[in-house]
Design a protein. Structure first.
Length: 180
């Protein structure tokens, strides 16, 4: 009989847990800031309160694929404000941070029907068409807007492609059952 080796890991002290959590949060924040800069966020965007609240909203396993900062209005509920639309690999977020509250709306890609992009002079208008109503966002950052629209279109297309392949396989299954 072979002896088995066991390892013992003592529990972490509260101070060590706090240091580890703080270290992981700072790494998460650093990764998010790097993603934002890569996607076209300028120095002004990096100083906005919405940017500082993203590490608390974005999950560690999520990655930001598109972001657009600007003034938004929603057709449902007539909400107006300044915020950021964030496209991750799992969901879409509308984040609006004010001194006394944080508003974060989550939209799944399945609820998004289309995205519209338009330019007028230096201003850019993006309309996110969803089942719950439209979100209109005006911005001046063209790099962020283009990256955001391309990512949302890619995500919508991949969702529809997966949905249609699932529907096709269900139709085939029904046809096989009907033929037998």
């Amino acid at each position: 009989m072979q002896p088995t080796a066991t390892t013992y890991t003592p529990p972490l002290s509260p101070e060590m847990e706090e240091r580890l959590t703080s270290s992981l949060l700072s790494l998460h924040k650093e990764r998010i800031n790097t993603d934002l800069r890569r996607l076209g966020a300028v120095q002004y965007d990096m100083r906005l309160p919405e940017t500082h609240s993203l590490p608390l909203i974005i999950r560690p396993e999520e990655h930001i694929n598109g972001v657009v900062y600007g003034r938004y209005s929603q057709t449902s509920g007539h909400k107006v404000g300044r915020g950021v639309l964030v496209a991750t690999d799992f969901r879409m977020l509308l984040v609006d941070k004010k001194p006394l509250f944080l508003r974060c709306d989550e939209i799944t890609y399945g609820a998004i029907s289309a995205i519209t992009y338009g330019r007028a002079g230096i201003g850019i208008a993006i309309i996110l068409h969803t089942r719950m109503g439209d979100i209109h966002l005006r911005t001046f950052n063209r790099a962020c807007a283009v990256n955001f629209v391309e990512d949302v279109e890619r995500s919508i297309f991949s969702i529809r492609q997966r949905t249609s392949s699932i529907a096709d396989s269900r139709i085939e299954l029904v046809e096989e059952r009907g033929a037998s």
